[in-house]
Design a protein around this ligand. Structure first.
Ligand code: URA
Length: 471
């Protein structure tokens, strides 16, 4: 029996180094005991040993990402199960493709729980102000993460609050920032944190400013934000009035982004992406791995809207990287358009599928789901402000035009949108992929490339606008 001792509950690097060496030595998973910190050794096994030397074992980035997230889960068996998976991948790399595999599903669930916990902590930590002995201020927050995400989230809070002294106290450990260095401390209890004080007013003001109706407390959200967090959140008292003014504020946010110089627009897009990662506007977030948000330059003149992420996009977190993406890339290249210059997004941001045996089969989003997600597409359009929007497929066209669309009737001509952009409609690349007849598929593909060419030509024909000043 081999015993590996990891430095801490979130010691993914320690696990990775040891697991690599063990897997290279072909040590079976049931012969390894994973211990964390000072956990007592099992009486019947050997003393903990130094991890085996790091070797050159290579596994896919996909697995490393999965393992690095799942390793932060509170489940005590996680290191052991991840090592079992690694040994299986070494034997047969295709195991990773088996979406129905029980062990992989378990690790994926853990990774998903951890990602949610990370987002929740970003959103729900609330600081209280205290005066320190030197007369300076310190902001202290009490928070109860479900998983071992505290150290992982340190960077986020350092980025947000670099210029103030703060401490985050949790039952799993503490972090203390003094504007110069970050210290870690032992677990705390709620009694160590101050109760409510005047800084709540600041939070209320802050929360009013950033309030986003996507975070409204629907029943699904109550599950996401259990009542235990509420007591840490003074602004919950504001919610009814915030809801009442939400639409107005939403428009204000969009207008601000429209009026703002490029730098603000980029920040608004980042904020929007972050918000969308927690989207609960419809139930599609539940089975999906993650939100697949749009990508591309903030100032792109052309926005491409697809239907929804597919299986590969769901895992990669990026639009159009799977088989439909390959057709799309080829057609764009043939039409002389560089993908890097496009803002590419989807009408629906979560992968909808039906599990059939080991496979996840694409399922079409319904009108309600398209409508729920349209909020995000509208905001992306408001921030990026493309002059031309290419809707690929009926779902995208419905999202942009707000009505059911028959592609054959609408393609080949520009349709003006309310904000002045031109919308062109064409088929979805998956449609071409699905055609069984090769000749027909080739003809449809040519038509698709022509549609793209025609849309791009209409963009070139638009009068040139003076470039906005930047600061
Ligand atoms: N199909 C889409 O509509 N979007 C993607 O991102 C991938 C496939």
């Amino acid at each position: 029996m081999r015993t590996i001792r990891l430095a801490s509950e979130d010691d993914f690097d320690g696990w990775r180094n040891a697991a690599r060496g063990l897997a290279m030595e072909r040590v079976p998973a049931d012969q390894v005991i994973w211990q964390v910190g000072d956990e007592a050794s099992d009486l019947f096994c050997s003393e903990p040993e130094a991890p085996p030397a790091v070797s050159t074992l290579r596994v896919s980035r996909e697995f490393v990402t999965l393992a690095s997230q799942a390793a932060l889960h509170a489940e005590p068996e996680r290191f052991s199960l991840l090592y079992t998976l690694l040994t299986r991948i070494v034997e047969n790399p295709l195991v990773l493709r088996d979406r129905a595999d029980r062990q992989f599903r378990r690790a994926e669930e853990w990774a998903q729980n951890v990602r949610r916990d990370i987002h929740k902590m970003h959103a729900f930590v609330r600081f209280r102000e205290i005066e320190e002995e030197d007369g300076g201020k310190r902001f202290i927050a009490w928070y109860e993460p479900e998983h071992h995400i505290l150290r992982h989230n340190a960077e986020f809070f350092l980025g947000r609050f670099a210029n103030m002294r703060w401490s985050i106290l949790t039952p799993r450990g503490t972090l203390h920032w003094d504007c110069a260095s970050l210290q870690e401390g032992p677990p705390a209890t709620r009694a160590d944190a101050p109760a409510g004080d005047p800084v709540e007013e600041t939070w209320k003001a802050y929360y009013s400013a950033i309030f986003n109706p996507a975070r409204l407390m629907t029943r699904a959200m109550l599950k996401e934000m259990p009542r235990k967090y509420w007591k840490n959140m003074p602004e919950t008292a504001l919610v009814p009035s915030l809801i009442a003014g939400a639409r107005k504020r939403e428009l204000g946010m969009i207008e601000q982004a429209q009026a703002a110089p490029a730098r603000n627009g980029a920040a608004a897009l980042d904020l929007l992406r972050e918000e969308a990662a927690c989207c609960r506007r419809c139930p599609l977030w539940q089975p999906a791995t993650q939100t697949v948000f749009g990508e591309g330059p903030r100032e792109a003149e052309v926005m491409i809207v697809g239907e929804q992420p597919g299986d590969q996009e769901d895992q990669a977190g990026r639009p159009f990287v799977g088989p439909a993406g390959q057709i799309f890339d080829r057609a764009m290249a043939e039409a002389g358009v560089a993908r890097e210059g496009l803002y590419i997004t989807n009408a629906v941001k979560h992968f909808k599928y039906e599990a059939r045996g080991k496979q996840r089969i694409h399922a079409r989003p319904n009108a309600g789901e398209i409508e729920a997600c349209r909020w995000w597409v509208d905001q992306e359009r408001a921030i990026v402000r493309p002059k031309l929007v290419l809707a690929m497929g009926a779902t995208a066209a419905r999202s942009l035009l707000g009505r059911a669309v028959t592609i054959s009737k609408e393609r080949g001509r520009p349709i003006p949108l309310a904000d002045g952009a031109l919308c062109w409609v064409t088929v979805h690349p998956s449609y071409i992929l699905r055609l069984p007849d090769e000749e027909r598929a080739a003809a449809e593909y040519r038509h698709f490339v022509e549609d793209i060419g025609q849309a791009m030509a209409s963009l070139r024909a638009l009068p040139v606008q003076p470039a906005p000043a930047t600061v």
